[in-house]
Design a protein around this ligand. Structure first.
Ligand SMILES: Nc1ncnc2c1ncn2[C@@H]1O[C@H](COP(=O)(O)OP(=O)(O)OP(=O)(O)O)[C@@H](O)[C@H]1O
Ligand SMILES: [K+]
Ligand SMILES: [Mg+2]
Length: 687
């Protein structure tokens, strides 16, 4: 307990110092981003930058020409226009800074390691940077794993804290879905042989570094659409201000070019324009804090729109260590004969299920593990397709697997599934267990009871998802009875049993065809097609290389329930963007009504009645508005980075609530803010 507290304290402290440390570099970056080559990518702010350049030019021209008249006002306007651009750049730099710090930490872990490459059974020590795809390396206790790869032999405990930040060691073993290892992590005990799957520079760590640095960050489709809207608004206001200029010329008002530029900047959507990219980066960053790597901003956005979640049964809804707990023989077969056959059929089965069968037979009947190579046997490995596995040995053909698969197998040899075995299968399945039927040739020997446990607290999470309008569907290779029992216990909305990889893919396509956005998690190679098809595909870090490449997110903690948090973070991102857009546009409308009457009150005394704010002078009105416009960006940076407060509500309720808070707030805030700044300016004698 004490140690945990200590750790979280230390983490909090290091976060705080990271925050402080990132303010200065962000301030510096804000200036570097003024370079038009970068600035034009943010069109609204690019317009402000051009405006700032123009006011600078006109102010200095007037200064040189000795026109002292409006110099005080123009100097101040110029200063605040530049600050507006800098504040927006600062927001973006601050959001990027957190990822940069993380990337630097990752770089430190990527040390130059020595690889023990296996060449013709001999160990050859070479630098890890010389490893290529397909090389086989030996990694022993204490060694750093020299590159990404798949374990092809052995089992070891691995410290992955360098990548995941999680200090508890994890098990990596050949076969099954826990066979992938990441370069830069350390083997703590035992040894493994690893086949390297990535060339230097293309490893997971390399990809992770470039991702968190945001080096390849592209605007998402939604961001592009919003930017187009903001540009359209900007053009409209540009035209409006240009007409105002014609109008001012006609009526002989004093509206100078700096004042008109300032007016334009007040009216175009600078708040959302300035914070848009920071909001997106911060969303990816929030995922990263929860140890999820999003391969693109688009994936995070998609997570916000997800309304169907496909969840694996084994390992996601249940604990996933499906263990053999008993042998239930068919009539006329002894338990020992069943156990012996089951063990033979599992000796080369590297899945957790297979291993647990070998162990159970050993414990119950003291059946020794036999050496398959001396028995001249051929092993039939398990596949999610056939849903069975087994062995051909000295003329015997032993198989174990799902009921329907074994039934089809014995029928082909002229046998049948005895009624008693059918009853046993049903009983096991109704209890939520997985029955594995064992057969030798045409003869059914009995059933192996595999037990798995539903995770604690999962029912509440699903209930919460339902309130958010998200449907949960469990998919499993197991039989419909087991599936129904587990589905009821876990409280999912629907399930798909006896699912092959193709069936998963088909289910996703069906939901998508109906207009749903689908998210799923997976770890196995057979999940890869479905992970690629899903709108949000979260691969487990422990999973196979194929799964990691197919998905658009990787969970470093390999916790399939993380999907629920991912959806929440996505929704929060969309809500934050929506809220700040509403606020920004409402703000601009309010500014229009707040300052126009004051600006023209001198020329048209009739407008005085509209100057409800009672702003001191036209000069102080426009200056106050520009200052407010700049400060609001700074004020909203924390909200943009943190995200708006999130509650699991339906989409309509959220929309209504946001319109009320951010729309109304956006309308009122400028009146109060501009009036206060106006008072300050007068008191300080600045206008
Ligand atoms: N090692 C094995 N040998 C033989 N049959 C197996 C083995 N492992 C599982 N099976 C059978 O194949 C079925 C499908 O297994 P699979 O791993 O594809 O799906 P699952 O684990 O039940 O579901 P999930 O998709 O949630 O992982 C199991 O229900 C079981 O009947
Ligand atoms: K504005
Ligand atoms: Mg499985």
């Amino acid at each position: 307990m004490l140690r945990e507290d200590d750790l979280s304290n230390r983490l909090a402290k290091s976060r705080a110092s990271l925050m402080r440390a990132s303010l200065l570099p962000a301030a510096k970056d804000a200036f570097l981003k003024l370079n038009p080559r970068f600035q034009w990518r943010n069109p609204v702010m690019f317009v402000v930058e051009i405006g700032a350049l123009l006011t600078t030019f006109f102010t200095f021209r007037d200064l040189l020409a000795g026109m002292k008249e409006a110099i005080n006002l123009n100097l101040q306007l110029t200063l605040w226009l530049w600050l507006t651009v800098l504040f927006a750049n600062f927001a973006e730099a601050l959001a990027e800074g957190r990822g940069k710090a993380q990337a630097a930490a990752l770089r430190r872990t990527r040390k130059e390691t020595v690889a023990k490459k296996l060449v013709d059974g001999q160990i050859k020590k070479i630098p890890a940077s010389e490893l290529r795809k397909g090389d086989i390396v030996l990694v022993e206790a204490g060694d750093i794993i020299p590159g990404d790869g798949e374990v092809i032999e052995g089992i070891a405990s691995v410290d992955e804290s360098a990548v995941t930040g999680e200090s508890a060691p994890v098990i990596r073993e050949s076969g099954g879905d826990r066979s992938s290892v990441t370069g830069g992590t350390r083997v703590l005990s035992d040894w493994i042989k690893v086949r390297i799957t990535a060339n230097p520079g293309e490893t997971f760590l390399d990809r992770m570094i470039s991702l968190v640095e945001g080096a390849k960050r592209q605007k998402t489709p939604n961001e592009i659409a919003l930017t187009i809207l903001l540009v359209a608004l900007t053009i409209i206001f540009l035209l409006a201000v240009a007409t105002l200029e014609a109008f001012a010329l006609y009526s002989g008002t004093w509206a100078s070019i700096p004042v008109l530029i300032a007016l334009l900047v007040c009216l175009i959507p600078t708040t959302i324009g300035g914070l848009l990219s920071a909001i997106g980066i911060a969303g990816m960053d929030r995922l990263l804090k929860r140890n999820v790597l999003a391969m693109s901003g688009r994936a995070v956005e998609a997570a916000g729109d997800v309304d169907v979640l496909l969840l694996d049964k084994t390992g996601t809804i249940t604990l996933g260590n499906r263990m053999a707990t008993s042998f239930i023989p068919a009539p006329g077969v002894s338990e020992e004969v069943l156990a012996d056959a089951a063990q033979l059929a599992s000796l080369a089965d590297e899945t957790p299920e297979g291993r647990s069968i070998v162990v159970l037979a050993k414990n119950k009947f003291n059946l020794r593990e036999r050496d398959l190579s001396s028995l001249r046997a051929t092993f039939v490995p398990f596949s999610a397709h056939t849903r069975m596995s087994g062995v051909n040995i000295e003329g015997r053909e032993i198989r174990k697997g799902a009921v329907d698969a074994i039934e089809a197998y014995v029928q082909k040899q002229g046998g049948a599934l005895p009624e008693e075995v059918k009853a046993t299968v049903e009983k096991v399945a109704r209890e939520g267990g997985t029955p594995l039927v064992v057969a030798e040739g045409a003869k059914v020997l009995g059933v192996i009871y595999l037990k798995d446990v539903v995770k604690g607290g999962i029912k509440e999470r699903f209930a919460q998802l339902r309130r958010m309008g998200i449907k949960t569907v469990m998919i499993t290779g197991d039989n419909p009875l087991t599936a129904a029992a587990i589905a009821a216990e876990a409280g999912v909305d629907d399930f798909l049993a006896e699912a092959t990889p193709e069936a998963k893919l088909k289910l996703i396509r069906e939901y998508q065809a109906k207009g749903h956005m689908v998210a799923m998690t997976g770890d196995g190679t057979n999940d890869a097609p479905a992970l690629a098809q899903a709108d949000v595909g979260v691969a487990m870090n422990t999973g196979t290389q194929a799964a990691k490449e197919a998905g658009n997110m990787v969970d470093l903690d390999s916790n399939p329930t993380k999907l629920l948090e991912i959806v929440e973070i996505g929704k929060q991102l969309l809500m934050t963007r929506g809220a700040l857009t509403t606020f920004s546009v409402a703000n601009d409308v309010a500014k229009y009504f707040a300052i126009i009457p004051a600006l023209f009150a001198t020329t048209y005394p009739e407008l005085k009645a509209l100057n409800i704010m009672g702003l001191a002078t036209p000069a102080s009105a426009i200056l106050s508005a520009v200052i407010f416009n700049a400060l609001i960006i700074i004020a909203l940076i924390p909200l943009a980075l943190r995200g708006v407060a999130y509650r699991p509500l339906g989409a309509n309720a959220i929309l209504r609530q946001n319109l009320l808070i951010y729309g109304l707030g956006g309308l009122i805030a400028p009146f109060i803010g501009i009036k206060l700044i106006d008072l300050f300016l007068v008191v300080l004698g600045l206008v």
